[in-house]
Design a protein around this ligand. Structure first.
Ligand SMILES: C[S@@+](CC[C@H](N)C(=O)[O-])C[C@H]1O[C@@H](n2cnc3c(N)ncnc32)[C@H](O)[C@@H]1O
Length: 177
């Protein structure tokens, strides 16, 4: 039998977890919200991903972008995810789907990871995180690397391709960034 005081404690615990999650998401870059499967495919198509590419998804969530890059576009892909539960979940999915040769997931903060091997970078973060990432992307990515951002733009950069309806923006390092 749950007493009133236990119920109050549960409600307080949920509220604390929620507030922590909101603050944490803001600190690291963005909270979790998956990109729909249709838009994942569109992002990769707009970036013209192919078998020679190394796709980096910054904040890879449940791994859907890196998995699709490997399965449909035959690319190699790296995901970087700070949330331990999503990291474990995505590792599991990668194993179950048999794409572990092509896809690797790293647990951690992408601001502290080396992005130089990427030929394509995918993002669904926040306006603030994109702004914070600009310098790192400019410094570490080779000219010609494609950056595909869902929903959020990069202020001051001119996208090479835009889908205004689905809010997908493709930038090319060295061309318009
Ligand atoms: C909006 S979700 C997008 C997930 C996935 N890329 C997709 O499109 O479905 C953003 C993800 O980025 C992760 N994230 C945010 N900031 C991060 C950081 N600095 N380092 C690693 N992961 C981060 C969050 O934990 C969350 O899973």
């Amino acid at each position: 039998m749950i007493t009133i005081s236990t119920l109050i404690l549960i409600v307080i615990a949920i509220a604390i977890i929620f507030v922590f999650w909101v603050i944490w998401s803001d600190i690291i870059g963005a909270g979790w919200e998956p990109t729909s499967k249709r838009l994942v495919r569109k992002m990769l198509e707009m970036a013209e991903v192919n078998s020679k590419d190394i796709v980096y998804d910054l904040g890879s969530g449940d791994g859907r972008i890196v998995i699709e890059a490997a399965r449909r576009f035959n690319a190699n892909a790296i995901g970087i995810e700070a949330d331990p539960l999503r990291y474990i979940w995505s590792k599991l999915m990668i194993m179950l789907l048999g794409v572990n040769q092509q896809v690797k997931i790293f647990w951690g903060n992408f601001f502290h990871k080396d992005l130089t091997p990427a030929t394509v970078v995918t993002l669904f973060l926040s306006s603030k995180a994109n702004q914070r990432l600009k310098l790192k992307l400019q410094e570490e990515l080779l000219p010609g690397t494609r950056i595909v951002s869902y929903y959020w733009t990069f202020y001051g950069w001119k996208p090479d391709k835009v889908d205004r309806i689905d809010k997908i923006y493709v930038y090319i390092i060295g061309r318009n960034s």
